[in-house]
Design a protein around this ligand. Structure first.
Ligand code: DGJ
Length: 729
């Protein structure tokens, strides 16, 4: 039955001129997607771009600017070209003939959904295609539900989330490639005819080598603040495949789960739901794409997206596995004296039969090591209370080691191929739990549940995952469903995370996977933030955080100040530079604070204090990237502007250093040209010697049209600057 809202929302379909009776416009404040859905035919994408009104539709048709492209081409009939879905029926028929049965448009609590039902003309097989415009954002997402209404199982070989045409022209792809310690490095290239594929086959950690997010420019080399750019991301934390299929006249984006080795047996009456593919369309370059995704993340896709994050010290680079009561107490004391708010005890605190002293044992044995921590978690919480900070700890609950009590007790809980020796990872002993098994899911849930039941004061957990899936075999899944492993693993993980979130909504969770291995919108809804990379070298972090910032907001980007010399690259950098870089994300520290000189401690106290003042601007403001480190201009610069444009934070970093080098001036962005701003040096090297811009009052117009000169501000190697801008009335 059609509801009132249903009728209202379908008004375009019913009330607009008969010419467009089958056109459905899905719009956000600044973007529109035009879909043609005629009963008995296939769904066509006609337009995706900047916002159009109903009255513009005729013009779009008349201008010849409609794609008329199938939104979900099925394999089997007219077999040419890339397809979105392929399935084999019980009688061996490999074709599908899906035609529109019904279209609905209705509001939900967070947006408006267009739902299109397509049925096969002969077989009891149907799909529902969804498009959702998220309220108050410029994000439209799409996903598919596939239903087998027959009596026997159907095998799915292809089941993408999105198949989307893009205007062919001078198209450039921006994507994010990486490696451990260098995740999310930005890459840009002109697309030529053929196919460009970005994929992941790790099974577990899906953003270490590539990220399932990309931008595609329509009109030339992508620019930061102008030009038309489509941004897309697949909200999935497992294997994925993003394919750009390009000819002289056409460009299609195909995005979904990577189906390789994952054909899926869809049982009678079962529904298969694909992950969501989210997209935006910006007419203000890459910056517009980023700001749209950041807003969406904070509103809908990040746990506690509207709550300020604490400044934390993580113990890892300070003491590594050498965790003990005195050491933790000392770190908490020192950090609290610096103004810190939360202490996180990293790896090394657990295991009694096998003590966790290296990376080669004890995962799964989540009991406090009595020798290292004789007072238990209680002792640590007591220390935290004494030092007036919060307490959190590290876990890696999806994993075990062959040297662990868990493995001795439950060898059947480990992913393993039948009749083959077990492959191992980190330390030569790390193995992966079979999360397809509900008993294992209960166990993983109980790791968090036990800790939280006994120690409800635990404020934060860092959830690590330091392995790929290793062996592709599940002792739990039946033999005919072994190919479901990559998918069922993540369904199992999501089940556990749902339960944790339902029972412990306040717990702060960090997603870590050997560094930045889980920075994706599939896992983020359960987490408050991610560990951006194990590489804490501030210079490399400028590049790395730049890449991450293209799709993920600063509030979620853990950025820690670490020791000099840096443990990953061996580089020495001024403490100011290290702070100025970390202060552009979610500030934290990752070192032994007691190793700092008194002068460094004094600086740190001031920097932490300053960050507390600007925290809402960084964590909730709009990002403007000003000078890219990837352009090799010797300087990188960015800023955040509060939504009211009354406050902003500006950063600039000297990336290399030569005599007589040209240092570009930098034009700010996002300010109000009519407003005047007072500039405040946030991190002067010594308290009474702020930089020459300190306390100057300059109009938004000058700051944006002329900019500021960096030549004298960034004189030395690795010099940097962090300024607050405050409106002066
Ligand atoms: C990998 C993480 O990325 C590090 O930060 C640290 O937690 C180690 N694991 C601990 O084993």
């Amino acid at each position: 039955m059609k509801t009132k809202s249903y009728l209202l929302l379908t008004a375009l379909g019913f009330l607009s001129s008969s010419l467009f009776a089958q056109d459905y416009l899905v719009s956000t404040p600044n973007t529109s997607l035009l879909i043609k859905a005629t009963p008995g035919e296939t769904v066509k994408i006609q337009y995706y771009g900047s916002k159009i009104e109903n009255s513009d539709i005729q013009g779009i048709y008349d201008a010849g600017m409609v794609f008329n492209a199938d939104s979900y081409p099925a394999f089997g009939l007219q077999t040419m070209g890339e397809k979105a879905i392929a399935a084999t029926q019980p009688d061996g028929n490999m074709s599908l003939d899906l035609k529109i049965e019904q279209v609905k448009q209705y509001p939900t609590k967070d947006g408006e959904v267009t739902e299109i039902l397509l049925k096969d003309k002969v077989y009891p097989f149907e799909i529902k295609q969804y498009y959702k415009a998220y309220q108050g954002t410029d994000i439209i997402s799409t996903w598919i539900e596939i239903m087998n209404n027959g009596k026997k199982s159907v095998t799915l070989y292809r089941f993408v989330s999105a198949y989307l045409p893009v205007q062919r022209g001078d198209n450039w792809l921006t994507h994010f490639h990486g490696h451990w310690g260098a995740e999310n490095m930005l890459e840009e290239e002109k697309l030529t005819n053929g196919q460009k594929v970005i994929s992941n086959k790790d099974g577990m950690v899906n953003t270490e080598t590539d990220n399932p997010s990309f931008m595609l420019s329509i009109d030339g080399k992508p620019q930061e603040e102008y030009g038309h750019i489509l941004g897309g991301t697949l909200a999935w934390t497992g294997n994925y495949l993003l394919k750009m299929d390009i000819t002289n006249t056409k460009l299609n984006i195909i995005a979904g789960i990577n189906e390789e080795n994952s054909h899926y047996k869809l049982e009678s009456k079962e529904t298969f739901k694909t992950p969501e593919f989210a997209m935006t369309y910006s007419t203000s370059g890459k910056g517009g794409v980023s700001r749209a995704f950041h807003r969406w993340a904070r509103m809908y896709k990040l746990s506690h997206g509207n709550v300020e994050r604490d400044i934390l010290l993580n113990s890892w680079e300070g003491v590594y596995f050498k965790v003990n009561q005195e050491g933790m107490d000392q770190m908490m004391k020192s950090f609290s004296a610096l103004g810190g708010e939360l202490f996180v005890m990293d790896d090394g605190w657990f295991g009694n039969k096998y003590s966790r002293d290296r990376g080669d044992s004890s995962l799964g044995d989540w009991t406090v090591n009595k020798k290292k921590l004789p007072l238990g978690i209680e002792g640590l919480i007591a220390s935290a209370k004494k030092h007036k900070i919060k307490f959190g700890l590290w876990i890696e609950p999806e994993m075990s080691n062959t040297k662990s009590e868990l493995f001795e007790k439950h060898p059947e809980w480990i992913l393993q191929c039948k009749n083959r020796p077990l492959s191992t990872g980190r330390g030569g002993t790390q193995i992966v739990l079979d999360l397809t098994n509900p008993e294992v899911q209960d166990f993983v849930f109980s790791v968090i549940d036990n800790l939280m039941t006994h120690y409800p004061e635990i404020a934060y957990m860092k959830w690590d995952a330091n392995s790929c899936m290793l062996d592709y075999g599940s002792p739990y899944l039946p033999k005919e469903k072994q190919s479901h492993l990559y998918i069922e693993y993540h369904r199992g993980l999501n089940n556990v995370l749902e339960r944790i979130r339902a029972k412990y909504p306040q717990l702060i969770l960090q997603a870590c996977a050997g560094g930045g291995g889980r920075i994706n919108y599939g896992i983020l809804p359960y987490f408050d933030e991610f560990w951006t990379s194990d590489d804490t070298d501030a210079l490399q972090r400028v590049y790395l955080q730049w890449g991450v910032s293209c799709f993920y907001p600063a509030i979620a980007m853990a950025a820690h100040v670490s020791a000099d010399k840096n443990h990953q690259t061996g580089r020495y950098l001024p403490l100011k530079f290290r702070f100025d870089v970390a202060m552009s994300g979610r500030l934290g520290m990752e070192m032994q604070p007691e190793d700092m000189t008194e002068a460094d401690k004094e600086f740190t106290q001031r920097a932490i204090q300053a960050y507390k003042g600007i925290r809402p601007i960084v964590q909730f403001g709009d990002l403007y990237r000003l000078i890219s480190p990837y352009e090799n201009k010797g300087v990188a610069s960015l800023m955040y502007v509060a939504p009211e444009k009354d406050r902003a934070v500006f950063y600039a970093y000297k990336m290399n250093h030569f005599i007589n080098m040209t240092i570009p001036n930098v034009k700010m962005n996002g300010l109000d040209p009519q407003k005047k701003y007072q500039l405040i040096d946030l991190t002067p090297l010594s308290k009474n010697k702020p930089c020459s811009l300190h306390n100057k009052i300059i109009s938004g117009k000058i700051l944006m049209e002329k900019g500021i000169a960096l030549q004298t501000l960034l004189k030395n190697e690795y010099s940097s600057i962090a300024l607050e801008l405050q409106e002066v009335k």
